[in-house]
Design a protein around this ligand. Structure first.
Ligand code: ATP
Length: 357
């Protein structure tokens, strides 16, 4: 494979007209980000947040109204898609229906007028990489969804692009195959040593695949980070809520010494860390993941159980802490005390497992 390329967006905006109101709006607004060569990055966010528009601008199917896009060191705004060192894998696969697998994969190379022997060598190598060797003669309309997706992937990979772009490539597959294929995509991306930018609205897909996740919200970047950074240190309630489940405990920082302090939540003092930059008296929100808390006879916050449900691998609790509903996922409940609806107990957690907003 060729040199890996990074991608840089500098103050990119895209303006569309709302078909209903006729008014212009920013589908993507003043977005700057940098993607490292060879990394796997996902654009993640709710429907309409601007993921696909961002990807299509990198591919060259849309042009930005403001800002500049760089591939490696090259400014590419003025280049048509086929002049960019990118290839896209679409949700719809976009295969040629009356061609066999070999010809589908070879098509782009023929357009580039490579000689027959080189085409054969490249196609054979890529088909092996995606696990379709020996199936060259099969027509693409006789393939399963997973096989069609592999052909689509091979067709993009064979062009040896500096950057591979994916637009929700697995959304037409059933849940089990999606999980298998995403592992395959990650393996192939790593083996090919290629930079990948992947659009999805499936958070588990993003977690499983990514070196970095870019969370988008209403046309702007809400946070960029590793899956762990995003999950454990969300930058906002939007991010915390979008990735996994989160309890939000409202309170006030009532005491502070260095990085440690106390936040008063529903009248109870909760020990916290990581408050160096905060002032006493400040309002704050504690983010507590359901699996970071357990129910116990002694703990941090007194509560009353309003739902207790056995789920096999965990006991699902909803408890009220004053007027705040807190969800708890208590794993491996087999040998633990189980609390029932109406019981009083404590929400127990370590102060290191709480994130402060
Ligand atoms: P989804 O997950 O639903 O695909 P997305 O995050 O990829 O969403 P985009 O497709 O980038 O979102 O769209 C961003 C916004 O721009 C949406 O409000 C969408 O309706 C709008 N939009 C997209 N393409 C056009 C267009 N060609 N003309 C007008 N508005 C558009």
């Amino acid at each position: 494979m060729k040199e890996k390329k990074g991608v840089r967006l500098e103050h990119i905006s895209k303006i569309y007209q709302d078909p209903k109101t006729g008014k212009d709006f920013y589908a993507v607004h003043d977005t700057s980000l940098s993607i490292r060569p060879g990394s796997f990055v996902t654009l993640l966010g709710p429907s309409g947040c601007g993921k696909t528009t961002t990807l299509r601008m990198i591919a060259g199917f849309e042009s930005p109204d403001e800002g500049e896009i760089y591939l490696g060191d090259e400014a590419i705004n003025s280049l048509t898609p086929n002049k960019r060192d990118t290839a896209m894998v679409f949700q719809s696969y976009a295969l040629l229906p009356h061609y066999n697998i070999y010809d589908n994969v070879a098509y782009g190379l023929k357009l580039r007028k490579l000689d027959k022997a080189t085409i054969r060598e490249k196609v054979t190598r890529i088909l092996k990489l995606v696990g379709l060797e020996g199936m060259e003669a099969r027509m693409t309309n006789q393939l399963s969804g997973g096989q069609q997706q592999r052909v689509a992937l091979a067709r993009a990979l064979v062009l040896e692009p500096g950057v591979l772009l994916f637009d929700e490539p697995l959304s037409n597959l059933d849940a089990k195959l999606r999980v298998t294929m995403r592992t395959e995509i990650r393996r192939i991306q790593q083996e090919a040593g290629i930079t990948a930018i992947y659009v999805t609205h499936d958070q588990s897909e993003a977690m499983a695949l990514s070196d970095q996740i870019i969370i988008m919200e209403k046309g702007v970047v809400a946070q960029i980070g590793t899956p762990q950074e995003i999950y454990y240190h969300p930058a906002s309630e939007f991010v915390a809520d979008f990735i996994g489940e989160a309890n939000f405990l409202r309170g006030k920082l009532t005491a502070k010494a260095g990085g440690s302090g106390t936040v008063t939540v529903e009248g109870t003092q909760v020990p916290v860390v990581g408050v160096e930059a905060r002032q006493e008296g400040q309002d704050c929100t504690l983010v507590l993941r359901p699996e970071a808390a357990t129910l116990a006879d002694v703990g941090v916050l007194p509560c009353k159980v309003v739902l207790s449900c056995f789920m096999g691998s965990y006991q699902n609790y909803h408890v009220m802490v004053g007027n705040t509903l807190v969800k708890i996922t208590d794993f491996n409940p087999r040998n633990k005390k189980t609390y029932q609806v109406g019981d009083t107990a404590f929400v127990a957690f370590d102060k290191e497992n709480v994130h402060i907003l």
